[in-house]
Design a binder for this molecule. Structure first.
Ligand code: BEZ
Length: 211
């Protein structure tokens, strides 16, 4: 059955170009971005894996580990990584799972046969340190993902997790945020010393607390 938001994601051990990965042990208490791509040596995937590598400082700032997956072999990944590094001017240092036996693909429902026969679709999962699934987006094979948006969602999830605020439409880092409905306006005024604006009793904004 497909994973749903809030589910505990399954653990697995699978090969990668860096050797076997035991997922829970590897993740530790970090947030994780696990993303699948259709195949090695393909153009869109080459740009995506390069971008994830270039964004390393942004992942580290947020305590996020990244891990990619396709149904190619570890040897194939190694050869392709040379091309990614050369063409995308980076150094891919994170694991790419070699899911040739489709073990992880089956666990995470990464093969959508009516879209792409026998290859993994372009899915991305954000998993929190408790191994709960917090976001899943699936893109068509021909559309490269926007990893700035993935970072934006991680910022939003972490603001909710650590500061009890939510983020409104088109929110960007540094914009005002909204107080979650479970906090009364009175409690919000005590909790957020930068001030709370009550537009409606259910719509309260406050400056981003961690800025
Ligand atoms: C790509 O990564 O470039 C790609 C993969 C499968 C279908 C279309 C594009």
């Amino acid at each position: 059955m497909a994973l749903l938001l809030g589910d505990t994601v399954p653990d697995f051990t699978q090969d990668s170009q860096l050797g076997p990965i035991s997922f829970y042990d590897w993740a530790g208490d970090s947030w994780v971005v696990l993303f699948s791509h259709p195949a090695d040596y393909t153009p869109v995937c080459t740009t995506e894996l390069g971008e994830v590598s270039r964004l390393r400082p942004e992942w580290e700032k947020r305590n996020v580990k990244t891990i990619a997956l396709s149904v190619d072999t570890a040897e194939s990944h190694k050869g392709w990584i040379n091309d990614i590094n050369e063409t995308q001017h980076t150094n891919v240092d994170y694991p790419i799972l070699a899911d040739a036996d489709k073990k992880v693909s089956d666990l995470y429902t990464l093969i959508h046969p009516n879209a792409l026969n026998n290859l993994t679709v372009r899915s991305v999962f954000i998993i929190d340190p408790n191994k709960k699934l917090r976001l899943q987006i699936t893109y068509p094979a021909s559309t490269g993902r926007n990893f700035d948006e993935i970072l934006r969602v991680i910022d939003s999830l972490q603001l909710t997790e650590y500061h009890q605020v939510a983020t409104p439409v088109n929110w960007k880092d540094g914009d005002d945020v909204v107080v979650v409905p479970s906090i009364s306006t009175e409690d919000a005024r005590a909790k957020f010393p930068k001030g709370v604006t009550e537009i409606k009793p259910y719509l309260r904004t406050t400056p981003q607390p961690n800025k």
